[in-house]
Each structure stands twice: as structure tokens, then as C-alpha cells.
Design a protein around this ligand. Sequence first.
Ligand code: GLU
Length: 477
Amino acid sequence: MSVRVRFAPSPSGYLHVGLARTAIFNWLLARGHEGAFVLRVEDTDRMRSSDEHTQAILDGLGWLGIDYDEGPLFQSAGVARHRSDALRLLEAGKAYRDFADPASVKDEAAERGMHPSRVARERAEQLGVDQSEQLAADGRPFAVRFRVPDGETRFTDMVHGDMRFGNDDIDDLVILRSDGTPVYNLAVVSDDADMAITHVIRGDDHLSNTPKQVLLYRALGLTEPVFAHVPMILGSDGKKLSKRHGATAVGEYEAEGILPDAMFNFLSLLGWSPGDDREFMSRADIIEAFSMERVLKKGSVFDVDKLSWLNGRHIAEIPAPELIEHLRKGATSLANVDSSLIDDDQWLTGLVDLLRARSRTIRDLVAQAEPFLCDPFPFEEKALQKHWAKDPPTASDRLERVLARLEASEWTATALEEGLRGLAEELEIGAGKLIHPLRVAVTGRMSSPGIFDVLTLLGRERALSRTRAGVERIGAL
Ligand code: GLU
């Protein structure tokens, strides 16, 4: 039997990182077993669902590189089947009509210390089948409730092992509301069976729904899938991850400059491990190593520092053409980008290779690339104050000497370094006293990659003209 899994988000919000992790585990199981990954949008809650949210979820999956083999299918398209499954149970006597007013049922249940659904069952039994048919034929509205059989419900969960629930603790759930709409627990069973889903992998917040669903599979004579309930994602305080802990939408991490492969890598390690000490892993490594057997029961903490560290690792390893694409996209937010540079793949390769080891996010990379890509480029006030404005005559004199030395130099990192270090020796000062004012002139910053690499990347003409402009600018201080 080939593996068929589904990802079944409700489009009532953005793509939450917990939901994305559920999608990843499903996708990994499918990809590791040449199975099918089906996307089903559970849009039956019309009030809370929106096309915008559906789109946000599709965009998030697309960004994470989670492709689907079937779908997106919409749960609302299956309502007629959901209804007919409910009616099938009614005809078989495995469900009953509930005509009662919910408030009166609730009151009686409270009085008698019973579960409301058992009161509803009692009333249905008192009414009898014939009268129930008659009332329905007269057009009296009713909900359909599933009659939970006696005994206990057992199933095996791939993460939690053998599960047992006493049926006395399971309420006779409404499967069809009085307005004729099916409820989640029925729709999900009907759909998963219809789509021949073999494995249902979802968050363990659904664990309490599963015995109800298992009972429905059995009552309907449908084949049960294997269930796997994966642990919640926790915030740093050990509580369920929420906005209080920071960004929870996948899209927010995209905007912060996290790479999709890094996010994928990070999320895959929340509740799963490859069984060795690897953490930085490519998508192919993860597909190869993934197995449901290594999914943990315990919740795992969403550690933003680890995400940022992993992202840095991915930025360090990603092929230059891909990193250039990210840089180009990010650079659209910069002012005064030199169009000849941003189109020059070869030059950009040098740039990203110079900056990638210093960047933890794409945002970082773009910020560091700004003085290289832009003309004019901004100057940090702090850098101006520290290296030029404290003693302008000295700074100006030194930068002028540096300029003369650079002009006379061959334009390689080694030659430039020799020239500058030679000058520092002649002046009997530390090389830093020359390098800092020069760095401010060519990058506007307090810090940058090694100055000789910066000079070679900028190229002779650009670097010299920036140094000249620096001399003039100090003169005007
Ligand atoms: N639409 C449900 C949710 O988003 C799906 C649950 C399931 O996978 O069965 O929670």
C-alpha cells in the first residue's frame, strides 16, 4: 500500500509555524516513501475562512518548498458526501435525530449530573424511531448525533503508542447540525476515507478527537488510517508557542530574511531528530533521515537563536546564484542602487562570497551590501565621529597619504596591504590608524569585511574616488 498523507489547514489565519511543521512531517513521509501529499483546505467554517487566508497558506507552503501532488482540494466541495455519510449512520440506527432545545438539555444535564449528549440520547429514545421520522417529515429541525457504542476505543498512534479511551467519556457528538452542515469530526473522516489517506499526521491538540473519528470510521465501515499526533511547539517558557513569544507566522520569518531551507531544517527538528548529532541539514539529508519512529512525544521549544544560527549556516552554504537572487530581491528596498552592479553576476558573486560568512539573515546581507551596491551610500554618524571628526586635520592628512599610496599601488589585496602597512611603518603608527579612516571613506561604516578585500571588490576607480571624496569631506568638517 503506498503512502498517502494530507495536510488539512483551516484557512482561518496565516500559516503558523506549528502548522508548517505538521505540513513538513507529512511531506517528508510522502517524499521518503514515494507517496502522495494531498493538500485539503478545510474551509467549511464559512465565518472564519477566507480566500486571503487560503492564499497566505499556499504562499507559505510555496516559500517553504512544500509541493503537493493533489489539490488544493476544498472540504466544502464534499458537503453532500458528508451529509450522506451522516444519513447512512442515521438509517443504520448508529445515529439519532436530536430535536431537543440545547438550553433545556443543558439544564437537565446539569441537574442530573449527566453529560448533555446522554440526555439528548435519552430523549431520542423516549421519542422512538417512528415519532422521530414523523417530526422530521413535518419539517421540524433536528441535529444528528452519533450514538457512541458501549465499551472502549483503542487505536495505535505512531507517536504515542497504544491509546485507550473509555466510551463513557466520549459524548454523542453532533455530526450534522440542525442547519444541515456537517461538523469537523465527520467531514474529516469522510474526506480522509474518500481520499484513501493512509496516515493522518497532525498536532497532538487533535488527540482527543481521534477516538471519535475512529468510532465513526468503524460505524461507517471505512478503512482507518494510521494516526500520528506530533507534539506541540513551545515558547521559551515551556508554554504553547503564541504571539507573546514573538513571530509565529512563517511569512514573518521570510520578511526577516530567513532562507526557506533554513526554516525547513529548523522546523523539521522540532519534535524529530535524525538520531545523531546533526543539526545543519539539507532538504535531501532530511528526507533521507526522516522517520516517524523518531518523532518525540514531548513538545519542543522554538528557539529563535538556533533558527538564526542555522540560517547563517545555510547562507554560508547556499550556491552563489541563489544567494544573489535573494540579495537582488532584498536590494529593491535600498536607495541609489547602481544598476550596472546589481546586474553583474560575476561581481555579485564576489560580493556575496565576501559577505555571507558575516550574515545571519538575508536582511543582514542586504544591509551589509548597501555601501557596495549604492552610490551615494549612507555614512554612519558614529563612524564619522570616531574616525574623522575627533581630529579632522590628522584624519585628513592620513587619508591623503593613503590615497597617494593607493593610487600608486597595483590593485590586488596583497599589493594594497603591503602599500598600506609600509605607510603605517613609515609614519610609525599602527595600521589601524590608516585603515579606520579609509574604511569610513569607502564604506561609511565602523565595520566591514577586511579592508583590502573591500578595496578589490569595489575596484580601483570606485575606491579611489570614494577616498578622494573622503579627503574633501574631512576638509569641510
Ligand atoms: N483543519 C484541521 C486543523 O487545522 C485539521 C485537523 C486534521 O488534520 O485532522 O486543525
